[in-house]
Design a protein around this ligand. Structure first.
Ligand SMILES: [Zn+2]
Length: 312
């Protein structure tokens, strides 16, 4: 059974070449991130930069080990962390954490990579533009392709432990959305033209389904993970021009769930709901496979609902 590594490192003060925290500060900042479900908010970033007398970039790089703590890696035991520094609609900088998620006894292709997790976290939680992404290890080819789906793919800095890059240095001669005739991109989706017909559907689930970036299959879809005491976690489907690096709504939601430092077990999780667009369904199989890793298929409810164009 997969579990987070969150508790294993809690007795050590975080110290690295970027920042040096006391044990008390380590506990405090870790709690802020966990309580905000994998986000360090602008006001907290400013406060920590003042307290530690460091720049935002130094703080960002120094906190990467905290991101790795959210990893669920029962297969590789390789805990990857990534943090996106992103601007919200008011141009405020927040840090969005991400970590890899592996699914024991299931196909390796289901894994959520840390960079995907951090970008998904930023995308779902109000970031409008990525300025930097700090990563604990070099991004694999799959993640470079995932990043290439972003509108500002070649503008933000990719900060690795020893060097910084732009994406076009790591992924020259790339294949991207425009090669498939798609003029939109993740963080810059087509204007919403549809609505679900059934008005009795869970409003928030509908909101996340309509937020999905689905230029290649049109399956507006989302997943809700309901918990007994920790609230609900949502994820949206994010497609990719190379198809394979697409993030399914279940992967999106479960990655958000783990960023709250929770265990995906029968006591915590009460239900999982998948909403798909009728006539365009493609997520049941992958959702079932991922949930099988946790023995949670019985808790899955799949809803297939029609959409219509707004104003029709
Ligand atoms: Zn990767």
């Amino acid at each position: 059974m997969a579990s987070t590594t969150f508790s294993s490192q809690q007795s050590t003060a975080l110290q690295n070449k970027h920042i040096s925290l006391s044990l008390e500060q380590t506990h405090a900042i870790r709690s802020q991130i966990k309580n905000a479900r994998g986000i360090l908010r602008a006001e907290d970033i400013d406060q920590w930069c003042n307290t530690l007398s460091v720049s935002k970039e130094t703080l960002l790089q120094g906190l990467v080990p905290f991101a790795s703590e959210f990893a669920v890696a029962p297969i590789s035991k390789f805990y990857v962390g990534a943090i996106v520094s992103g601007l919200d609609e008011n141009e405020l900088t927040h840090f969005y954490f991400g970590a890899n998620v592996e699914f024991d006894h299931q196909a390796l292709s289901l894994v959520v990579h840390a960079e995907q997790s951090a970008i998904n976290n930023a995308w779902l939680n109000g970031a409008k533009k990525i300025t930097q992404i700090a990563i604990s290890d070099a991004p694999c080819g799959y993640c470079r392709q995932f990043m290439n789906e972003l509108a500002d793919a070649n503008e933000f800095d990719i900060l690795l432990p020893k060097q910084a890059f732009k994406l076009n240095e790591l992924l020259p001669h790339s294949f991207g959305p425009s090669d498939l005739g798609n003029k939109y991109s993740l963080f810059n989706s087509a204007p919403q033209q549809y609505q679900f017909v059934d008005e009795t559907l869970d409003k928030k689930l509908v909101e996340y389904a309509l937020k999905a970036y689905v230029p290649y299959t049109n399956n507006y879809s989302a997943v809700k993970i309901s918990t007994a005491e920790q609230g609900d976690f949502y994820g949206s489907y994010a497609e990719n021009a190379a198809y394979s690096p697409s993030l399914s709504p279940l992967q999106s939601a479960i990655s958000q769930f783990f960023l709250a430092g929770l265990n995906f077990d029968g006591e915590t999780v009460t239900q999982i709901t998948l909403l798909e667009t009728k006539g365009f369904e493609n997520q049941r199989t992958v959702t079932t496979a991922a949930l099988a890793s946790f023995g949670s298929i019985a808790k899955l409810q799949v809803i297939s609902a029609p959409i219509v164009a707004i104003n029709s």
